[in-house]
Design a protein around this ligand. Structure first.
Ligand SMILES: NC(=O)c1ccc[n+]([C@@H]2O[C@H](COP(=O)([O-])OP(=O)(O)OC[C@H]3O[C@@H](n4cnc5c(N)ncnc54)[C@H](OP(=O)(O)O)[C@@H]3O)[C@@H](O)[C@H]2O)c1
Length: 282
């Protein structure tokens, strides 16, 4: 049925704003890979049918986004250690008729900060938020040997995440959503909540943060949240969420196709799409 050799996709609901097709297709074009990446809106109640359909249509693999990252697990044959660790799947590959569930979110984040951070072991990371994204990032950073401090609006959720990390052999504590000693100590501060998506300020000031800290907000639209603007004014190095999006995609590419993903071209495609959106929103 398919004119190109390999087909990939992202499934989720909603999905119309996904930047993944533009990023992956730009990568295929740059290396001359005979493949195409599409996006499909899949309602929760249709997930099993959609997975069967993708398999029947000869797709080689697909990405999975909200709300299917956990509910797809029973539909798969095996999970990689990364997917087991996160309890969530963002990448599926069909290999010898088997559906393999993988997760590249946490390791994608690690890759996005490793150059700026220059080593993880024994360093301190503070995570603001304890939702799905925070869990993936926290487990991957703990595996790299970082010591974590997790703050969340609902403290019980931060405590639960700390227990999961400790169960995996990592070091973590939880705290209240407020300034504290951690501001002077953090080597890495990651904003993982949805606060800032609508240009709203973060609920507390970062005054007192170490200038050595790398500050990341995993939101990528707006390109620079008020939280990141404040961190920059205080002299910190900053990164938005494009790096995490880029490297989770690059690791999915490498899981599917092998070799090295063309990250420079994929990054440029992400930036172009975001720029167009900003202009469009005017
Ligand atoms: N760059 C990337 O590749 C990437 C990947 C995944 C997600 N993200 C972004 O990450 C963010 C979170 O996604 P998620 O999947 O982790 O969502 P989630 O599982 O729903 O978790 C949301 C988190 O935000 C907190 N929160 C929400 N509203 C808040 C408020 N008004 N004040 C304080 N805390 C609040 C929640 O705290 P409670 O527990 O108290 O509710 C929770 O910790 C989103 O902005 C998403 O776009 C980016």
């Amino acid at each position: 049925m398919l004119a190109v050799e390999k087909h990939y996709a992202v499934i989720g609901d909603p999905i119309q704003h996904s930047l993944s097709p533009g990023m992956h297709n730009a990568g295929y074009r740059s290396l001359g890979v005979d493949a195409e990446y599409s996006r499909f809106q899949v309602e929760a109640r249709r997930l099993a049918g959609a997975v069967e359909g993708l398999r029947a249509l000869g797709f080689s693999g697909w990405n999975v986004t909200l709300p299917h990252k956990e509910s797809i697990i029973p539909l798969l044959d095996t999970l990689t250690p990364q997917a087991k660790r996160a309890g969530a799947v963002n990448t599926v590959k069909i290999h010898e008729r088997q559906l393999i569930g993988h997760n590249t979110d946490g390791d994608g984040f690690v890759r996005s900060v490793e150059e700026d951070l220059k080593g993880f072991k024994g360093k301190k990371a503070v995570l603001l938020g304890a939702g799905g994204a925070s869990k993936g990032i926290a487990l991957a950073l703990a595996e790299q040997g970082m010591q974590l401090h997790i703050l969340n609006r609902t403290p019980e959720k931060a405590m639960e995440l700390v227990q999961v990390i400790q169960h995996e052999g990592g070091r973590a504590t939880s705290g209240t959503f407020a300034p504290g000693d951690w501001l002077e100590d953090a080597d890495l501060l990651v904003q993982t909540t949805s606060v800032g998506l609508y240009n709203e300020p973060f609920p507390f000031s970062l005054a007192g943060i170490s200038k050595q800290a790398l500050v990341v907000d995993i939101i990528f639209n707006p390109i620079e949240t008020i939280f990141l603007q404040e961190a920059k004014k205080l002299g910190c190095r900053t990164q938005n969420g494009i790096g995490m999006l880029l490297y989770q995609g690059a690791l999915a590419w490498e899981f599917w196709l092998g070799g090295k993903a063309p990250v420079a071209e994929m990054r440029q495609a992400l930036k172009n799409q975001l720029l167009q959106r900003t202009v469009y929103k005017g």
